[in-house]
Design a protein around this ligand. Structure first.
Ligand code: GAL
Length: 416
């Protein structure tokens, strides 16, 4: 009797869990870190469009909060390891996609979808390369964010007769002038350490130039090279102009300091523009302005958010419908004007973008493209994690040699 009950109840449990499983697998689960202010508006626009087109497909927005995937990446890793992938997930083109999920054999190639949608000449070649390995294409880019942007409060600059700095020398002059007036020159919010890594990579690019910057990721330029040390000294000096409460703020809080006129400048990717215009209702070129971060004019730090098809998902056809929309002109033009990014496609409708977007589309075509470290393109996740930790220690301890040693030690991850 007891054994009958056990068999019977386990059959019931089995039955429940398998129907639960089916429901989960037929839902289109879209995994990202786009939640809250400055992050979710673009995704919501895309999801609304999808729901209108496919009212019968149940969509679940499975976003995990935390800038730059601070928490989402860990959740994703444990799901992937447990063979429980979301239907599709946000992943940066470059190492973050290729050296982890593709290398581990966890992604389906999408060459057929590219063929069917006629995408091969619609995305820039460099972008397709970033989402490909050994001739197979593994994800669809929804956008291109620019990482090397210095945002500034226009009124502060105008009232003090200052020009936005284009070089480090100009930056420090402007910062001194602002400090003398009692204005915080640089806003930083490194409660999540990636923002300091973000600042650091722009300083590396500005100090080394695009060619040497790229050599860091191939091992052709060592992290204890005097040029890198020089960049770290510059970073240290810049940090001395930051708000004192930087470690208790996230990126939106830091952007807010500039928005409210409590700080003059901030270095952040152009998701900050989405936040300024959509959430804070600021006007482009009136309330805030922008220039490339010091020393980086003519270079474009590329950050591309992409989505792919994990192996083993039951609703692959629904996922492909979502990817088709995400890669379409319509999808990209719904998403990007809200997100602050430019469309990944070259044939999107530029009239849908503001002055910042139009200028950035133009500059993308002309600039030297460089991969972002903080946002996963330049180097494998193991390296990025170690750099985030080292940068975080550097921000508090300011020990240049110790930081260089940590970078050098972490660089063994690059060769794996
Ligand atoms: C980046 C991502 C952007 C934006 C930002 C802040 O890694 O590519 O789309 O979300 O993080 O969270």
């Amino acid at each position: 009797m007891l054994s009958f009950l056990l068999v019977f109840s386990s059959a019931l449990i089995g039955c429940n869990s398998s129907s639960g499983q089916d429901a989960k697998e037929t839902k289109l689960e879209i995994f990202s870190w786009w939640t809250g202010a400055g992050e979710e508006a673009g995704l919501n626009a895309l999801l609304d469009l999808f729901k209108k087109k496919y009212p019968d497909i149940e969509v679940e927005n499975a976003a995990v909060a935390g800038g730059a995937g601070t928490n989402a990446k860990a959740v994703l890793a444990s799901r992937m390891q447990g063979n429980d992938p979301p239907s599709t997930f946000q992943v940066h083109g470059g190492a973050e996609l290729n050296d982890s999920w593709v290398a581990a054999g966890k992604m389906e190639p999408l060459n057929d979808l590219y063929e069917k949608e006629g995408w091969n000449d619609k995305f820039p070649k460099e972008l397709i390369e970033l989402v490909s390995k050994d001739g197979k294409i593994y994800s669809v880019p929804v956008n291109i964010h620019r990482g090397n942007v210095l945002w500034y409060n226009k009124k502060i600059f105008d009232q003090n007769g200052l020009q936005p700095p284009k070089t480090f020398e100009e930056f420090f002059k402007v910062a001194e002038a602002l400090k003398a007036k009692g204005i915080t020159p640089l806003a930083l919010g490194d409660k999540e350490p990636w923002t300091a890594t973000h600042l650091f990579e722009t300083v590396l690019l500005g100090s080394l130039g695009p060619e040497d910057y790229k050599k860091l990721w191939t091992g052709e330029l060592a992290f204890d090279d005097p040029k890198v040390k020089g960049a770290v000294e510059t970073l240290k000096k810049m940090l001395s102009y930051a708000n004192k409460d930087h470690s208790s703020r996230n990126w939106q809080d830091a952007s807010q300091l500039v928005a409210k006129g409590e700080a003059a400048m901030n270095v952040m990717g152009d998701w900050a523009k989405g936040y300024f215009t959509n959430d804070l209702k600021l006007k482009v070129n009136q309330d805030f302005g922008w220039v490339p971060t010091p020393g980086t004019e003519g270079s474009f730090m590329v950050i591309t958010d992409t989505f792919g098809l994990p192996k083993g998902v039951k609703n692959a056809e629904d996922v492909k419908k979502f990817l088709s929309l995400l890669g379409s002109v319509e999808g990209q033009d719904a998403f990007n004007p809200l997100k602050g990014s430019i469309p990944a496609r070259t044939d999107a409708d530029s009239s849908k973008y503001d002055e910042y977007g139009k200028q950035t589309m133009q500059e993308f075509k002309e600039a030297k493209l460089t991969p972002s470290l903080a946002h996963g393109s330049a180097a494998p996740e193991g390296f990025v994690t170690k750099v985030n930790q080292a940068v975080n220690i550097f921000v508090t301890q300011q020990n240049v040699d110790q930081f260089i040693d940590s970078l050098k030690a972490a660089s063994s991850e690059l060769k794996k």
